[in-house]
Design a protein around this ligand. Structure first.
Ligand SMILES: [Fe+2]
Length: 168
């Protein structure tokens, strides 16, 4: 017990009373918090967003020691295909619109403000099934070095019998 300790004078003037605030996050909660703070600072990302009907648009917003932050846009119908993120963990945060995630054994709707944390090797497919464009923020730690595709997207799997019928 140190209940006998008393601080005389201004406690805030005592150096090293509190640990320094880290300049960069290092925990899952820290990365999720970073994403929330960027999401709230709309002026820092909204003017950068582009929508490209021919290919999914992405832009690296920030890079720090051991992590990267990417901004992505999705016009209706655009999707990622089934993929994992190699050795990276990540935090996906929807900034605008709505995305649909097909994960292992489940489908989720990710509305603006929703955050999803995923572990290395997690396989999913993200699609904009809505009628409006969507914007998302992706923090990867460590930075994304590979994004292996797993083939057979959810939509392709659903359409597989028709495709087989149509195949020569
Ligand atoms: Fe992903």
């Amino acid at each position: 017990m140190n209940s006998d300790v008393q601080i005389a004078g201004d406690p805030l003037a005592v150096p090293h009373l509190l640990p320094p605030v880290p300049a960069h996050p290092a925990t899952v909660a820290g990365f999720a918090g970073l994403a929330r703070s960027i999401a709230a600072d709309r002026a820092s990302w909204a003017p950068l967003v582009r929508f490209d009907a021919t290919t999914r648009w992405y832009h690296r917003l920030r890079r720090g020691p051991g992590y990267e932050v990417w901004l992505l846009s999705w016009v209706p119908g655009q999707g990622s295909g089934r993929h994992d993120h190699g050795p990276s963990s990540g935090v996906l945060t929807v900034l605008e619109g709505e995305l649909t995630e097909h994960g292992p054994g489940r489908t989720r709707t990710l509305a603006a403000g929703v955050q999803q944390v995923f572990a290395p090797g997690y396989v999913h497919e993200v699609v904009n099934d809505a009628l409006a464009p969507a914007v998302s923020l992706h923090v990867y730690f460590p930075g994304l070095t590979e994004m292996p595709m797993h083939g057979g997207s959810h939509s392709a799997r659903c359409a597989a019998p028709a495709r087989e019928t149509a195949a020569p």
